[in-house]
Structure formats: structure tokens, C-alpha cells
Design a protein around this ligand. Sequence first.
Ligand SMILES: CC(C)(COP(=O)(O)OP(=O)(O)OC[C@H]1O[C@@H](n2cnc3c(N)ncnc32)[C@H](O)[C@@H]1OP(=O)(O)O)[C@@H](O)C(=O)NCCC(=O)NCCS
Length: 159
Amino acid sequence: MNPPTVRLRDVVEADLAHFFDHQRDPVANQMAAFTAKDPANRAAFLAHWRKVLASPGVTVQTILRGDEVAGYVLYHDWFGDPEVSYWLERRVWGQGVATVALMAFVAQTAVRPLYARAVHDNIGSLRVLEKCGFVRVGTDHAFAQARGRQVEEIILRLD
Ligand SMILES: CC(C)(COP(=O)(O)OP(=O)(O)OC[C@H]1O[C@@H](n2cnc3c(N)ncnc32)[C@H](O)[C@@H]1OP(=O)(O)O)[C@@H](O)C(=O)NCCC(=O)NCCS
């Protein structure tokens, strides 16, 4: 299978409506586990994204598959370590989009080491990270909104 046509670009206002739709997907919420308290709360979503986009320590890019907004990939250091995160809409899952997008994103990000975290059973996300060169360096436990309980998360690092 040919790799999908994936591009990254800066986030524009119109992307937010897509990200909000993606955030409300219950299957994606279960999978990601660490999610917004109320994914359907548009005001909270917009307040969060306004903060993200205005934050000097954050780099966020929109992932395009062809001409369509497929999701975003993000770099932040909100919890101390520089960390990447991403979210794609379900329609494009399983086509290699996250892998291509994260590879491009880490290639244009000079910071090393870079960290990432995924709940232990988010097999797709762990696979994406490992295909991009991240290695498992530890575990942690934290409360996951979408699961309503503490879960184990895997910590990965890219040197
Ligand atoms: C996790 C996520 C980013 C994966 O995106 P994707 O575009 O489907 O990933 P890719 O197509 O690049 O897949 C990469 C690898 O993971 C595997 N994979 C993807 N989803 C999988 C799943 N649900 N179960 C098992 N393997 C999976 C693919 O088969 C592929 O492996 P391969 O190359 O060995 O065949 C996407 O499902 C998503 O955004 N989920 C909701 C939000 C989320 O979980 N974000 C990450 C938080 S840590």
C-alpha cells in the first residue's frame, strides 16, 4: 500500500471545529483514556485551545490527509518534560497517517530528548511512537477521565 499523502501546517481557526468533532468521539476517548473532563463541552474546548495556541512553549500543527483535516500533533512541556501528543479522527485510522505525521513532526522539532505517554492498552499509539523511534523508559499511574479510574501509562523517550 502506498503511504498516505500527509502534510503538516499551522493551525487555522477553521480547524478547531474539526478538532472538537474528533474530541467528542467516544471510541477515541476510551482509547486515549487521558481526555477532557467533558469532551462535549464546547466552551471548555475553546478555552483550552485558545490557551494552547497562545502558549509560547507549545508547537501545534494540523495534520492534513489530502486536503482534509485529519487531526493534530502537539509539542508541550506542561508537566516538566518536553512531550508530544496527537489525535486523529477515526475515519483515517489504520492508514499510517499518525506514523507519517509524527515522523515529520519530530524531524522538524530540535528538542531532545522528547517524551510521550500512552495508556498501557493504547496499542495503536504505542506502535506509532515505536515506529518513530521512541523507546519505553518507564511507567506511571494516573487518573484517566475517560475510564473514571487510575490506569497505567507507558512513558517513552526519543533521544
Ligand atoms: C492512536 C492513533 C493516533 C493511531 O493513529 P493511526 O493513524 O491509526 O496509526 P497508524 O495507521 O500510523 O498505525 C501505526 C501502527 O499501529 C497499528 N495500530 C493502529 N491502531 C491500532 C489499534 N487500535 N490496535 C492495534 N494496532 C493498531 C497499525 O496497525 C500500525 O502498525 P503496523 O505498521 O505494524 O501495521 C489514533 O487511533 C488516534 O488518534 N486515537 C485517538 C486519540 C489517541 O489515542 N491519541 C494518542 C494518545 S497517547
